[in-house]
Structures are given as structure tokens and as C-alpha cells.
Design a protein around this ligand. Structure first.
Ligand code: DAH
Length: 349
């Protein structure tokens, strides 16, 4: 009886494993034979009814069927799994020759670059780069610089006062001159530049920003004259705007310098012929400067009979706008990524 049953299951196994194309069908076959009510499972449970003397033969025959099942099952399972992996590999194949997605690179802000450029030219001439506070005392921002309280020169600098009249957001980087002179003790030569943020109550437009950057410079030594300032300025102008750049001084007025000048460079766009950039004058103004006023030297601990010096103040945005053809100062502060990427490209030009 059991022999026929085993033979029957064994026979059915001979064609059940043909043409199986997916793992789901194979799993159904496993359930059909080895599941809870599967054909082989049922055969196994017959053992209880088998007379003892037949149990051994039954066991051998049953094992043979199980082995046939397992061998076929494992073999096909392996084949189907490999096939699935291969299909997946084909489907998900990566074409390594396709162009990749460009990762956006950060680019240094052009303002930062200009400042670094100016710093490195001055450092090559022995200048220190120094820092000063942005919240400044009236004393340094104005009084030591020969601009006493109530002086009309204060009106030119629309100042943000922070706390009563004594503290303010510095309206210029010139107070750092006073700080450096006072810290030097009045008996040492000084060569320093100070790039930094400055603030004024200006309404923002294409050429004004309530916060902008200046690069202050100060040299104090003995027998310093306007021609030293001119020579220094010539070097800077040529380094920043090209070897064929020439410079000139125009008389001006600042409380902390006497004489005071506006420094011009020949227009690098038209080479002095006259164009829209230089408003047809052939010249572009890039800084205020002059010989340090004796009152300022005295206020800051330097004897004006012994020491002389020159000072200057560049507008950093103005330098960058000129050099890179940017016509709106707000561009620097709007953090528009497209514009910042453009900075990178401008630099490559
Ligand atoms: N502090 C001046 C300003 O903000 C610029 C300046 C002019 C600075 C002449 C100087 C200087 O050191 O000598 O307008």
C-alpha cells in the first residue's frame, strides 16, 4: 500500500520540475510537497501505520523521494535566483559613459578676493594686516581723527549710533589708525592696512549700501611725504589694474589728513580715452588719502615734529565693481547663487 503511494509521489516528481520560470511557482511546488499538508509530509506521517518490519524499507523509500525533491528544488532555486540577479543587473546597469551631474562648487566672494589681493600686495611691501572693532567709540571714530563733537564734517558720515552718543557702528575704518598708533606707543614706525566692514545710514541703491567695506591704510615714519604716497599708490594700481595703469592725485578735503587727495587711476577700460565707465573723463577715483594731520598724530601719541605719515581709504566694493564690471553694489549682499557663480566665471576671464 505505502509502496504505491511512494511510487506515485516519486513519479509525479519526475515532471513537476520542468518549465519552472519563476520563484513563486517553485514555492508553490514546495508547499504542494513539503507544506503542512504536502504530499511528502503526508507520506512521512504514514510511518505510524507501517508495520515494524516494513519501517526500514519505508524509511529508505521515503528518503529517496525526499532527496529527489530536495535536489531538484535546490538546483532550480539556484538557477532561478541567478537568473533574477542577472536580470536585475541588466535592468539596473549603469552607463559609465553618460555625463555625470555637475556638483555645484562654492566660489569665494569677489569682495573677499579683492581684499586678499590688496592684502598680499601690501604685505609684500612690509605692511601688517590688522583688525578693529565694528562697534566703535565716538572717541576713535571721530574725536581722535580731528572731528570734534558738533563739527560739520560729521554730517558727511550718516552714523548709526548704538548707545547714546558715545557708541556707534563705525562709519569708516579710519578709527583703526588711531587704535594702532595708540597701541604703538608713539615711538615706532607703522605700516598697516585694515580691511573691514563699515556702516552708514544710507538708503540702499545701486551705489550705496548701509553696510560696505573699506580698506584703510596707514604709514607712519620719519620724513614721509606725498611723493611716498604717490609711489605706493602707483604700485598698488599697477598690481590691481595692470602695468599700463597710471595714477593722479586731485586735491580734496578730509579732517584727518592735510593735504588731502582723491586718488585716481587711468581708466583701464578705455585706457584714458574716455568711456561710460570713467564718464568720459579717462580717470576713475579709487580712494581718499593724504598726509596724516598733525593733530591726529598728536592725539594718538606721536610727536608731529618728529613723525610724519600718510593714510588712505579704499572702498572695497568700488574696487571689485570696477575690476569685474559689476554695476550694482547690492549684488555683493544678496547672496544670489547665480550671481556668485558668475563671480567665479568673471575671475576666469
Ligand atoms: N575714511 C574716509 C571715508 O570714509 C576715507 C579716507 C580718506 C581714509 C582719507 C583715509 C584717508 O585714511 O586718509 O570717507
Amino acid at each position: 500500500m505505502y509502496k504505491e503511494k511512494i511510487a506515485e509521489v516519486k513519479k509525479s516528481l519526475s515532471n513537476v520540475f520542468t518549465n519552472i520560470s519563476d520563484l513563486k511557482t517553485l514555492e508553490n511546488i514546495r508547499i504542494e510537497y513539503m507544506g503542512k499538508n504536502g504530499k511528502i509530509t503526508e507520506l512521512s506521517s504514514m510511518i505510524k501505520e507501517i508495520p515494524n518490519e516494513d519501517k526500514k524499507d519505508f524509511g529508505i523509500a521515503l528518503n529517496e523521494v525526499k532527496n529527489i525533491f530536495n535536489e531538484n528544488f535546490e538546483k532550480i532555486k539556484k538557477e532561478l535566483e541567478e537568473k533574477a540577479i542577472n536580470e536585475k543587473l541588466v535592468k539596473e546597469a549603469v552607463d559609465v559613459t553618460l555625463p555625470g551631474t555637475k556638483i555645484k562648487n562654492g566660489a569665494p566672494n569677489i569682495l573677499e578676493k579683492i581684499i586678499e589681493e590688496v592684502e598680499s600686495v601690501f604685505m609684500s611691501m612690509g605692511y601688517d594686516v590688522v583688525d578693529g572693532p565694528e562697534i566703535e567709540e565716538d572717541h576713535y571714530n571721530f574725536e581722535l581723527l580731528n572731528i570734534p563733537k558738533g563739527h560739520p564734517a560729521r554730517d558727511a558720515q550718516d552714523t548709526f549710533y548704538v548707545k547714546d552718543e558715545d557708541y556707534l557702528l563705525r562709519s569708516q575704518t579710519s578709527p583703526v589708525q588711531a587704535r594702532v598708533m595708540l597701541a604703538s606707543g608713539g615711538d615706532k614706525p607703522i605700516r598697516m592696512i585694515c580691511p573691514g566692514k563699515t556702516y552708514r545710514r544710507d538708503a540702499d541703491d545701486a551705489t550705496h549700501s548701509h553696510q560696505f567695506m573699506q580698506i584703510e591704510g596707514l604709514l607712519v615714519d620719519k620724513d614721509v611725504s606725498l611723493s611716498d604716497l604717490k609711489g605706493t599708490f602707483d604700485v598698488i594700481a599697477k598690481k590691481l589694474f595692470g602695468e599700463d595703469c597710471v595714477t593722479r592725485f586731485r586735491p580734496s578735503y578730509y579732517q584727518f589728513t592735510e593735504p588731502s587727495v582723491e586718488t585716481d587711476i587711468s581708466c583701464f577700460a578705455c585706457k584714458g580715452k574716455g568711456c561710460s565707465l570713467c564718464k568720459n573723463t579717462g580717470w576713475i577715483t579709487v580712494s581718499g588719502a593724504g598726509i596724516v594731520h598733525p593733530n591726529v598724530l598728536r592725539n594718538c601719541g606721536y610727536d608731529p615734529k618728529v613723525w610724519t605719515g600718510f593714510a588712505f581709504g579704499f572702498g572695497a566694493e568700488r574696487l571689485a565693481m570696477l575690476k569685474y564690471g559689476i554695476n550694482d553694489i547690492r549684488t555683493f549682499y544678496q547672496t544670489d547663487l547665480r550671481e556668485l557663480e558668475n563671480f567665479d566665471r568673471r575671475e576666469d576671464d
